[in-house]
Write a protein that binds this ligand. Structure first.
Ligand code: ZN
Length: 427
């Protein structure tokens, strides 16, 4: 199916979006049944023709574990057609192999073109990429292909030093930066030593890996981290979310109201712990069925990422559903003294406290109750009790907090070669 002819589907009426998705779903299911060893077995007793968006939940889901354990059974293209091989972090510490054909890379390019168009990246923009293009990651390549497809100029500086990024900003004048929010904050603080970052001409920050807006009490709340990077750079920040397996991005529009689904590329469902779809406004696990993936098509893939579906009309005019920022990993839920919480709840408190210079949450997993230690580096005048009571109020549980030297803690949070800051560890 030529999905590119549906490049304005986001703006169509909801019923039209549904009709197109239903027919894409049918085509996708037929493809799986014909060609995928994994799904031939899984779907053999199901009358595929009766399946639509309405009763999609009747079909089985696919887990990260399935993709790890039966990896080659997902591959439906001949080996000769494989164009790109990458790895995705696995659940057991072993990375999972994911492959793409040339057409899949074309799809990736289209996907990112659509995603970056949501936040109105244009041909006239110059985009600095601070995420890696190599080391078997797909995200950097996606941003590069998408920017190129739009016709913007790209500066590929990958996971380079702060000095190097600042030098490029000062001399090559990008007006857009793509990167991890806490890294962008670090870069702004570094730039402040020499000049005022708000005068460097940065207009947009495209953010990956950490949430900018979380769903709380029935509304989307902007995180402290987002406020900080926007004011540090004098720029607008837009969240984008995707994964290697689903090859489909959710990017915010100019209204900054959650990442829009690209409806001609995928279906999204949000599932509760029992695998039942939950309505918009309820947090659950993001589950994706990407269409038109030629090498390793998947069905109802459970990402392990927790978010909330938003289906209220968006002022940008798109009718595609949106998702909140990722509130946590399903499998990173922390159980502590009878209470459960996700690491972003801790980030939300600490990112808003100016006395906290750095922190890392360390969890030792245990069946009944996890052992939780929070290492913090504080400003000289700060009081540990202040941090304790703020966290206690937000998490409704008292966790052990220890103070560590700022320099030593920073080395643990930003180890050499890490793709994003490690503010949470679990073992
Ligand atoms: Zn919008």
């Amino acid at each position: 199916m030529n999905y590119k002819k549906y490049n304005n589907l986001s703006f169509a009426e909801r019923c039209e979006i549904r009709n197109v998705q239903d027919s894409m779903l049918q085509e996708h299911l037929q493809l799986l049944l014909r060609n995928s060893q994994f799904y031939k077995k899984l779907l053999k007793d199901i009358d595929i023709e009766t399946i639509s968006l309405e009763n999609l939940h009747k079909l089985p889901t696919t887990s990260k574990q399935d993709l790890e354990n039966h990896n080659s059974d997902f591959l439906i293209c001949p080996n000769n057609d494989i164009s790109e091989i990458v790895r995705s972090s696995g659940t057991s510490g072993h990375p999972t192999k994911i492959v793409y054909t040339k057409k899949d890379l074309e799809r990736l390019k289209y996907n990112e073109h659509q995603a970056l168009s949501n936040c109105e990246i244009r041909k006239s923009d110059t985009v600095l990429l601070t995420c890696t293009m190599d080391r078997c990651f797909i995200a950097g390549l996606a941003y590069f292909l998408g920017s190129q497809s739009i016709g913007a100029s790209t500066i590929r500086n990958g996971a380079n030093s702060l000095t190097s990024h600042l030098d490029l900003i000062q001399h090559l004048n990008p007006n857009v930066i793509i990167g991890v929010p806490s890294f962008l904050l670090k870069l702004a603080k570094f730039a402040e030593k020499e000049s005022n970052p708000t005068l460097l001409g940065i207009e947009k920050l495209i953010c990956i890996g950490e949430p900018l807006r979380l769903w709380e009490n029935g509304t989307l709340r902007t995180t402290q981290l987002c406020n900080k990077i926007e004011s540090a750079w004098g720029a607008k920040a837009f969240s984008t979310y995707a994964s290697t397996e689903m090859v489909t991005a959710f990017c915010e529009c100019r209204k900054q109201a959650g990442g829009h689904l690209i409806p001609e590329l995928a279906i999204i469902e949000i599932l509760d712990d029992d695998g039942t779809p939950v309505p918009p406004g309820t947090t659950g696990e993001i589950t994706i069925t990407p269409f038109h993936f030629e090498a390793m098509p998947i069905l109802r893939y459970k990402t392990g990422d927790m978010a909330t579906l938003i289906d209220t009309p968006c002022e940008c005019g798109r009718n595609s559903v949106r998702i909140s920022g990722i509130s946590g990993r399903k499998y990173q839920m922390i159980k502590c003294k009878g209470t459960t919480f996700y690491p972003p709840a801790v980030n939300a408190v600490l990112d808003g406290m100016s006395c906290v210079k750095e922190y890392q949450l360390r969890v030792e997993s245990n069946d009944l109750s996890d052992k939780v230690i929070l290492a913090v580096a504080l400003t000289e005048s700060a009081k540990l009790a202040e941090v304790e009571s703020a966290l206690n109020a937000a998490l409704r549980v008292k966790i052990n907090i220890i103070e560590e030297d700022h320099r030593e803690l920073s080395k643990k949070v930003f180890p050499v070669g890490a793709r994003k800051p490690i503010r949470f560890t679990m073992r």
